[in-house]
Design a binder for this molecule. Structure first.
Ligand code: EPS
Length: 379
């Protein structure tokens, strides 16, 4: 079972991801994880914190000479802005954050919950996902994500191979597949930022090269659609998750939604075993099981809840009406969100891969991958 937890406060000494159940024998390229962390720090509309931090990973355990041991990996990302001991209590909870509910729940103050709830924690999730995508890479499984909507401006997807789409996205200041729309969107972010407000958006992640048969239909908590929904919904500020056609499928007839099945003997040798689909409205998952088509996951991010022009709140000490607290924040972090969702999706897919092909060593996983595909071609 491949799983991870994170620890760390936004302004504590460091964030840590503890990755358990990772197979032995993978040569880890830390630079690839650092590249994901760098992308997470970027995107137009980020705040002052990103000018302070240069996120990189240090492995505290689980590696020997750069190769995974099969033991737990503790991965650390240092906080340069480690000032928690000097920070004051926050008296005026910010609407949209956990400030009020968390302070009440823990019978304590706002600072204690906001430090952990901060989206800074996603650096640790990206570190775990950056590791997982290297495991996927061994099996030719590729993951990429981008922004499809920002502040109400619909950017959409685009046809192309993953390397083409990734290259295009990397030319966009907001990580979209339509860089020609960047000026319109960055001007919007500037305008809204000047007004003391914030913006949300929609991100999309695509996974290609998947075999048929990851996940299961047989038990609710092992269904891959359910596991993906939990992992993505649990990213800070996410309010909705869609797979494939998603909510739109509810408005159409069955004949317009479900993907017909064809067979092409020439494609029998590939991971899809010769089964082809003219459409992919299911987004690569049927009943919680991968069907060999690309996995497509979308997530809706609400606007950042810390507003420079704050909403109404109440002073928790005096119970008098006051404006919510303002702490340095981002105007828009939808681009960063695309990187985070990309990496949490990568982790869940890697976990499903380990469930199917065994988690002790890469060598055994490869042998079982080959054997499964050989047997499945007989289906
Ligand atoms: C973030 C770091 C945080 C915030 C932001 C994301 O740093 P600080 O609080 O020191 O400015 O900029 O956090 C939030 C959006 C949030 O809601 O808490 C980061 O590294 O992503």
């Amino acid at each position: 079972m491949l799983r991870y937890w994170t620890a760390g406060e936004s302004h504590g000494p460091a964030l840590v991801a503890l990755v358990d159940g990772f197979p032995a024998g993978l040569t880890v390229d830390a630079a690839l994880i650092d590249a994901e962390l760098r992308r997470r720090q970027g995107g137009y509309g980020r705040g002052g914190r990103q000018r302070i931090e240069t996120d990189t990973v240090t492995f505290l355990s689980g590696l020997w000479k750069g190769v995974t041991l099969g033991s737990p990996l503790a991965v650390e990302v240092i906080n340069k802005d480690a000032k928690l001991e000097r920070l004051e209590e926050v008296e005026r909870p910010r609407p949209g954050h956990v400030d009020l509910a968390g302070a009440v729940k823990h019978l304590g103050g706002v600072r204690a919950v906001l430090e952990r709830a901060s989206a800074r924690e996603t650096a640790a999730r990206v570190a775990a996902g950056g590791l997982a995508r290297q495991l996927l890479g061994v099996f030719g499984i590729e993951v990429a994500g981008w922004v499809t909507e920002l502040g109400g401006v619909v950017l959409g997807g685009r046809a192309g191979t993953l390397p083409e789409l990734r290259a295009l996205r990397d030319t966009s200041a907001i990580y979209s597949l339509h860089p020609d729309k960047d000026p319109e969107v960055t001007a919007l972010i500037d305008r809204v930022g000047k007004e003391g407000d914030t913006l949300g958006g929609i991100v999309e992640v695509r996974v290609e090269g998947l075999p048929i048969g990851l996940g299961t239909h047989a038990q609710w908590d092992r269904k891959l659609d359910g596991r993906l929904a939990q992992a993505v919904m649990a990213v800070q500020a996410i309010k909705g998750v869609e797979i494939g056609m998603g909510f739109e499928a509810a408005r159409r007839r069955g004949s317009e939604v479900h993907d017909p099945i064809h067979y092409d003997p020439a494609a029998r040798g590939g991971p899809q075993l010769g089964f082809t689909r003219p459409t992919n409205n299911a987004g690569g998952l049927e009943a919680g099981t991968t069907n060999g088509q690309p996995l497509v996951v979308r997530a809706a991010m609400k606007p950042i809840a810390t507003l420079r022009k704050p909403l109404a709140s109440v002073n928790l000490a005096s119970k008098q009406p006051e404006e919510a607290a303002y702490e340095r924040s981002d105007v828009c972090a939808v681009s960063a969100c695309s990187v985070i969702v990309e990496n949490v999706v990568a982790f869940e897919v890697a976990a499903a891969l380990v469930d199917k092909f065994g988690g002790d060593s890469i060598a055994e996983m490869k042998a079982r991958w080959d054997l499964y595909h050989e047997m499945a071609r007989g289906c």
